[in-house]
Structures are given as C-alpha cells and as structure tokens.
Write a protein that binds this ligand. Structure first.
Ligand code: ADP
Ligand code: MG
Length: 207
C-alpha cells in the first residue's frame, strides 16, 4: 500500500461530505451535552480544508497534511479545532520525509496524532471525547499487518456507540455530569466520520 497525496485528498473530501451530510446531527449531539456548535464548527473548517488543498499540487503527504492541520486549526474553532489541528499536524510530522507511506507508517502517524490530541486535551480514553474513537481504532490498526477496512469501520462504529455509556469528565460534556450519560459524544461522532472515510479510501487499496 502507498497512501499518496491523492489518497489524502480523497480522505479529506469523503470526510467533509460525511460532515456536511450530518452537520445537523452533530449539532443535535452537541446541543444535548455541549453548546450546539460542533456541526457548524466542523462543517466550516473541513469545507475550507478541501477548498485550500484540492486544486493545489503537493510533493509529499506530509505537505498536504500540514496544510490541512493549519486550516482546521484556524477555521474549526471550539475545543475540537485545536484538537483535530494537532492530530493532523502530528500526522504530518510523523510522515515527514517519506515518499512512500505504507500501512505501518500510516498506523504510526495516527498513533502520533492520537497522542498529540491526548496531550493537547489533557485527556485519556474513558472521558467521553474523540479519544474514545481514536484509541480503539489505533489499537486495532496496530494489531494488523495490512489494512482491514471493514474491521476498522466496525471498531469505529462500536466505539462511537460506547461513548453513550460514559460519563463525560473532559470538555463541555463534563458540566452535564451524570446527565451526559445516554448521549453519543459529538467529537466521537465526527471522528467516526473521519475513520469511516479513511476505511473507504483503504478499501481502494491506496495508490
Ligand atoms: P466546544 O466544546 O468548545 O464547543 P466543539 O463543540 O467543536 O467544541 O467540540 C466538542 C468535542 O470536543 C467534544 O465532543 C469532545 O469530543 C471534544 N473535546 C472537548 N474537550 C476535550 C478534551 N479536553 N480532550 C479531548 N477531546 C475534547
Ligand atoms: Mg460545542
């Protein structure tokens, strides 16, 4: 597998399509345990990330990921903007200097992204945040030697569902204490869109 610049573009566009289609749903989830802006935040930032990168030529995967990171960081806003921005920046740093990105490289980059978000958010798994989707996905990918798109999709789907049962201890959800139980975390849901888009790209086998 070689995860190419075009694969990153495809990943970003598929993610953005899912976010635009589910913008109101993300808003609804964030109205229940937050301030209701997650759909608007993500839709604005990812639309802009597609606009900035789509027609531009990039020599390396690290270069386009850096552009995505900067755009997401400045345009998404809220708590999630800096978190997703950090994740993409770490992905970029992890893949810097590579002309070919294999499955193991991509997995390591996503692990670096996850660790970056944990540091930035001072958060860990089990706190009802996007970390609760990223962590099981990365753990699953590390167990495999090659891309398993269907498995990845399943893991991400069950992880997002499981956030319902968790009481939030980070982010705005934490203000809702016990009342946060029973609702899916909005950031976990948007991360599900990111990973189901990635699974779709991996299904194509990379370039
Ligand atoms: P805000 O909470 O500032 O309105 P958003 O609504 O865009 O920002 O994003 C909310 C999501 O961000 C949450 O659902 C959660 O997944 C994630 N989040 C918030 N704070 C943290 C944190 N400290 N660590 C990890 N993720 C967090
Ligand atoms: Mg919000």
């Amino acid at each position: 597998m070689n995860f190419s610049v075009n694969n990153v573009k495809e990943w970003l566009k598929k993610t953005n399509n899912l976010i635009q289609e589910n913008k109101n749903y993300l808003t609804k989830l964030d109205q229940a345990i937050g301030d209701g802006d997650h759909g608007i935040n993500m839709a604005r930032g990812f639309d802009e990330a597609v606009n900035v990168t789509d027609d531009k030529q990039y020599d390396t995967v690290a270069d386009i990921l850096k552009d995505i990171a900067m755009t997401v960081m400045s345009k998404v806003g809220g708590a999630s903007g800096p978190l997703y921005g950090t994740a993409f920046l770490r992905l970029s740093l992890s893949l810097k200097g590579k002309t070919e990105v294999g499955y193991a490289d991509l997995t390591k980059a996503l692990e670096d992204g996850l660790n970056g978000m944990k540091q930035r958010g001072r958060s860990d798994a089990g706190e009802k945040t996007l970390v609760d989707v990223w962590e099981p996905v990365v753990t699953f990918m590390k167990k495999k030697d090659a891309a398993d798109a269907d498995g990845l999709m399943e893991i991400a789907k069950s992880a997002v569902e499981k956030t319902k049962d968790i009481m939030a201890t980070k982010g705005r959800g934490a203000y809702f204490k016990e009342k946060s139980v029973g609702n899916i975390d909005p950031g976990a849901m948007s991360s599900f869109y990111l990973f189901s888009a990635l699974a779709e790209v991996l299904k194509g086998g990379g370039e």
